[in-house]
Unconditional design. Structure first.
Length: 67
């Protein structure tokens, strides 16, 4: 199976076509994690607002025996 690289993967390969120290690599990973975590928070906040979810909605889900 041959997977096609995404535009992000291609850009990262071009940008980081050199060796990083382990410390720099760790720092880069933290930056990427923070970037994607922020995107997830924004998307879930928007979804909760669109759906009208509340903290009570979450409690109901947590207490649902069918979950």
């Amino acid at each position: 199976m041959t997977a096609k690289l995404t535009n992000v993967q291609i850009e990262l390969l071009r940008t980081f076509a050199y060796e990083l120290s382990e410390e720099e690599l760790t720092e880069l990973k933290k930056v990427l994690v923070a970037f994607f975590a922020k995107r997830i928070r924004q998307r879930t906040s928007r979804l909760w607002e669109e759906k009208g979810y509340t903290p009570q909605t979450m409690q109901d889900w947590l207490n649902d025996e069918n979950q």
